[in-house]
Design a protein around this ligand. Structure first.
Ligand code: GRF
Length: 215
């Protein structure tokens, strides 16, 4: 990790202290589940320290609770404006001292307070820079592409514009609906995200002119 304050010095155990990862979700949380499963292996190098959401009553929060992972909810509608929500979300995230924040199906654009304090990874169901935004799968289908996929990227102040960490291609099949294509993408996306988060945790990264190197 290149995140300040993340001491990767190995202790007496077989593995160095795991990197503290906080995951943000808005829905089903199958990407979160893949990270939880991967983190059971100490060699993966990650501890999921908390799961945050922008809404109640979602499967993603239930998955976390089933694994005794601390959860919190920070809703935009509970705050006077977006800036206040951003401040409160940054405070709640910061309380868990994560080395890395993973936006795994979190359907809100993160604000400057969150981004100022944390390295954030997002996973997106399209091959960026094609089809950014909240309707990526539907937009790719409507455009008629024959290949789509998924992208893991660092989050910056734009919408799905940050430096790319990894991409995987997924074919579009005749007769695909948004649901069938999204499921095919998500199968690949989960593996990609687990791989990327593990590499960030174990190796760290540097960014030069948008090019990411796992060091
Ligand atoms: C993923 O495809 C993610 O890229 C998108 O929403 C989906 C979340 O799936 N933003 P899940 O909640 O992890 O199952």
């Amino acid at each position: 990790m290149s995140t300040p304050g993340n001491d990767r010095t190995a202790g007496p155990s077989a593995y160095p202290d795991p990197v503290r990862v906080l995951v943000l979700v808005s829905g089903t949380g199958s990407n979160l589940q893949a990270l939880i499963d991967a983190a059971k292996d100490p060699a993966y190098g990650v501890a999921i320290v908390a799961v945050g959401a922008d809404r109640h009553d979602i499967e993603g929060l239930e998955r976390a609770r089933r694994h005794d992972i601390t959860t919190f909810v920070c809703r935009v509608s509970d705050h006077p404006d977006r800036a206040a929500w951003d401040r409160e979300l940054a405070r709640q995230i910061g309380a868990h001292h994560p080395d890395l924040v993973v936006s795994a199906g979190f359907m809100k654009i993160l604000g400057e307070q969150v981004l100022a304090g944390h390295t954030v990874v997002n996973t997106h169901p399209a091959l960026l820079p094609a089809f950014p935004g909240a309707h990526a799968v539907a937009d790719a289908l409507a455009y008629g592409v024959r290949v789509s996929g998924c992208t893991a990227h660092l989050v910056d102040s734009g919408v799905d514009t940050g430096p790319i960490l990894a991409q995987r291609a997924v074919p579009v099949e005749d007769g695909d609906t948004e649901a069938t294509l999204h499921e095919r993408i998500k199968t690949v996306e989960r593996t990609m995200l687990v791989d990327v988060v593990g590499r960030l945790a174990r190796h760290g990264h540097t960014v030069t002119d948008r090019k990411v190197t796992f060091s």
